[in-house]
Ligand binder design. Sequence first.
Ligand code: M6R
Length: 589
Amino acid sequence: MCGIVACFSREDCYGKLLAALRRLEYRGYDSAGIALLSAAGLSVRKRAGGVGNLAGPPLPGETGIGHTRWATHGAPTDVNAHPHVCGKFAVVHNGIVENFAQLKAELIAKGETFRSETDSEVIAHLVARAYEGDFFAAVAAACGQLRGSYAVAVLCTDRPGEIVCARSGSPLVAGCAGGALYVCSDVPALGEDACFCAAQDGEFIRIEGGVIRFCGRDGREIPKTFTRASGGGCAEASAAGSFMEREIGEIPAALSRTLEGLRDFDFAPCARAMRGAKNIFAVACGSALHAALAFKDAAEEEAGAPVLCFSASEFRSRAPLAGRGDLVVAVSQSGETADTLGAVRLARSRGAYVLAVTNVAHSSLAGEADLAVFMRAGPEVAVAATKSYNCQLLCLYYIAAQLCYYRKDRFPSYFGELFRLPEAARAAFSAFSAAEEIARAFRDAPAMYFIGRGKEARTAAEGALKVKEIAYLFAEGLPAGELKHGPLALVEEGFPVVALSTSRALLAKMAGALAEVKARGARVALLSQYEEALADPAVDFPVRLPALCERLMPVLSVIPLQHLACRLCLLRGFDPDRPRNLAKSVTVE
Ligand code: M6R
């Protein structure tokens, strides 16, 4: 949450910072700011609202820092926007300074005056107080007093052309692109044709004399290798549509890339854990948790391997369960989700083997896991997970198939069908017109249910999450069998129910649930590949899905739901890419 960028460029540093901030806006967009350093000193422009609000005459200077914020401490106001300035220093920060209250009290007692309500401002004061003429030493000393997580970039008016950055717990990469040097929260900020190198926790990055150097707290240089960023950065949202719409459209291509990566992936390093794990855990948050639950279904039913699936925050809140001899599958698109990383650290500290599934090769999760499978979905900018969810499911079904192979000496019957997923996903787009009709019918509803049975109960939960997240419409996803244990009480004339029925063995049971809600006046949409299910008289909106083996249907059935959520959002007048109160990468606990 929050994106930071530092830039050194002899040409148009301000424009380059703005462009990088726009590409980082998926990390937070409630306020933004830029500071540039020139011979005349610091110039700062910071405002509540999106990066677009920073438009105006370019600020002068070749060295600058910028920030796009997702507020944690203090409302999204001009004053609370970064950079925070104290004396000769300007600071941008991503993360949370957990001991800020104590530090702030100490600083106030020493005579410092604070302007904002943020935790981040303490960093600017700490650097200013630690400064005795050595810029790097002052930043290093200030960082030494911080608890919590941070990625920071600092300017000093005594040192034009220099920027000092530090990382602990929040992502930070250095890069070169278009003749400029950058340090920023994520690779997509660099734009096209970039080279980059990610910092590890505890490392500092210095831009000085037109070069980038990595070093430790003692200032000693750490040799690094820069890599060309694959697939470039993120394109700007085109007039043709939102990122979310385009990312849904990219699902077939993303699935093809995932398959290519999986084909070449060597699972041998985790063969022992797959074969002999005492317990298997799956940990994740949000959409990734729904994908992890789908993994549980597949691993249990196909490989006969029980899986304990936890929300990563809950895994951490309980007495540690995983230990030596256990396998933990951690799923995270960004690879930076604080709770998922926390769960992984806990599990590893207790001796468990961690297999990660992530979309970001240089992420913290990839670095900390014993083995990481890359989804290759390509950059996902919209806050709502779409193509990454489909690719996560594909990776996890593939891993469940490996588990089956190592435990039963054979691949499950669905294995060959995995390779048909890209084509089947494209065929699922034909359900978009039906989803559009449902969106128009349900746009003014106060709430809605998504119901499924078996593996589609996970899809129901994912569909409901999407609708809540971007259409601001209360939605609950639940196993259909749970309706009569309470939720049915809310169903009355016109109440929208979206049902998923893709298992032949469960068609009759789902028909029973539909009859129950229809009898109370519900308006029913049903997604299925089976004609007899779609012909049920209780169904007002039939949504035909392409046929594929049932095990893999959740990869397809979620696609019309993603489109439905997006259409509901647009019809209700909201921006699908920037849901209120949320950010793409949840790097705080
Ligand atoms: O990057 P991660 O996959 O770890 O993110 C986990 C959740 O924050 C994420 O899936 C969130 O629930 C999505 N915005 C839902 O669309």
